[in-house]
Write a protein that binds this ligand. Structure first.
Ligand code: ACO
Length: 337
């Protein structure tokens, strides 16, 4: 259901941060690993390279680096944080939550910490959860993070998937701001959806309780990403466009009001199909997937931080964030920056 900003106080984004690992894996390097080509990857997806975390670098390490930058930009100390939500499908471990590892690494001793699993929609889901906590007064200062080490979950022999994904993290500080006159970066509306009937088209089938990895099935690499790309593609275009329209409607706005779309960074063709149908020109669409590939829950968070720090978005701009991922899940959020 659409949710406009009917809360009595205003939730604002006080700062953003992101971190990507140093190691770059180019399309040319992938040509040596699987039967693919730079031409195929670039023309089908727009991706040129992606970042790969070091062996001793876990999702919580990427998340903590992004968090520190968001805290620094917003002037918020670790002690002030009273909520940490990490959106990830590549947690450090099944438990404890990756958010608890982040808590330890940044010493946010006063925070309540948990993870959410909504794949590529995770950052927008986390933003909405934090918004509810902050608006009810239950928490005042939330750290939300989208972080992934997808390189640990892809089958490096499967060209259908291994060329698509990358590692990274993005973060934002969500704060309560009761004085609307001083507020910028206000969340105006959010819509969220899920379709559990489509669990099979994008899935990591093994490694959980439904299908534990055993010595017998280990060679089948069931604990890596499986995707029916064409089905996901078709669903993604329709679902994201619909969510974008509904979120704009809930905010009392239309596509012409949007200054910048910050979409999930999975595939340039998907982004173009959605924004073409909305009638939003490419100069008002932020794309960085050429550098990072699909970093799932981190993708929108990294893009938002890059748009923020590069000056691509400025105070007062209307932003449309729109995501789609496994579940299936999808969501859209409108922010007045
Ligand atoms: N290099 C060369 N050829 C390839 C590669 C590759 N890396 N991958 C697949 N191919 C081949 C296929 O085998 C197929 O060959 P065939 O026709 O002989 O069978 C051919 O290319 C076409 O394959 P398609 O799957 O039809 O290619 P398509 O144009 O659909 O592009 C893609 C594939 C990029 C995966 C696209 O479908 C897509 O982007 N889907 C959506 C992905 C997405 O948005 N995911 C979001 C969520 S991710 C998450 O939640 C974690």
């Amino acid at each position: 259901m659409p949710e406009a900003n009917h809360f009595s106080c205003i939730t604002s984004i006080a700062g953003t941060g992101s971190y990507v690992p140093e190691k770059i894996l180019t399309n040319q390097e992938l040509e040596k690993l699987v039967d693919t080509s730079d031409e195929w990857i670039t023309s089908r997806t727009g991706i040129k390279e992606r970042r790969i975390a070091a062996d001793d670098e876990a999702t919580s390490d990427l998340a903590s680096r992004a968090a520190e930058k968001a805290m620094e930009q917003s002037g918020v100390t670790a002690e002030e944080l009273d909520l940490i939500i990490v959106a990830t499908v590549s947690p450090d471990m099944f438990f404890p939550a990756t958010a608890c590892f982040v808590q330890r690494k940044i010493q946010a001793v006063n925070a309540v910490c948990f993870d959410i699993s909504a794949a590529c929609s995770g950052f927008l889901y986390a933003l909405q959860i934090a918004r509810h906590f902050v608006n009810t007064g239950s928490r005042t200062t939330a750290l939300i993070i989208g972080a992934e080490k997808l390189s640990s979950m892809v089958n490096w022999e499967d060209r259908n998937t291994c060329v698509l994904f990358g590692d990274g993290a993005g973060a934002a500080i969500v704060r309560r701001d009761d004085d609307a006159r001083n507020t910028s970066r206000r969340i105006l509306s959010t819509v969220m959806y899920s379709d559990g009937n489509q669990t099979d088209i994008l899935v990591v089938p093994g490694g959980g309780s439904a299908c534990p990895i055993t010595p017998e099935n280990a060679s089948e690499k069931l604990n890596t990403v499986r995707m029916e790309g064409r089905e996901v593609y078709k669903y993604a275009v329709n679902a994201m466009r619909d969510a974008a329209e509904k979120a704009l409607e809930a905010a009392g706005l239309g596509p012409d009001d949007v200054d910048m779309v910050i979409p999930h960074q999975a595939n340039r063709r998907i982004i173009e199909a959605i924004t073409d149908r909305l009638g939003i020109p490419s100069e008002r669409v932020f794309v960085n997937l050429d550098k990072y590939g699909n970093t799932s829950a981190a993708a929108i968070a990294i893009a938002l931080d890059e748009a923020n720090r590069s000056g691509a978005i400025k105070k007062g701009d209307i932003l449309l964030l729109v995501a789609f991922g496994a579940g299936l899940t999808w969501a859209a959020t409108v922010i007045e920056w």
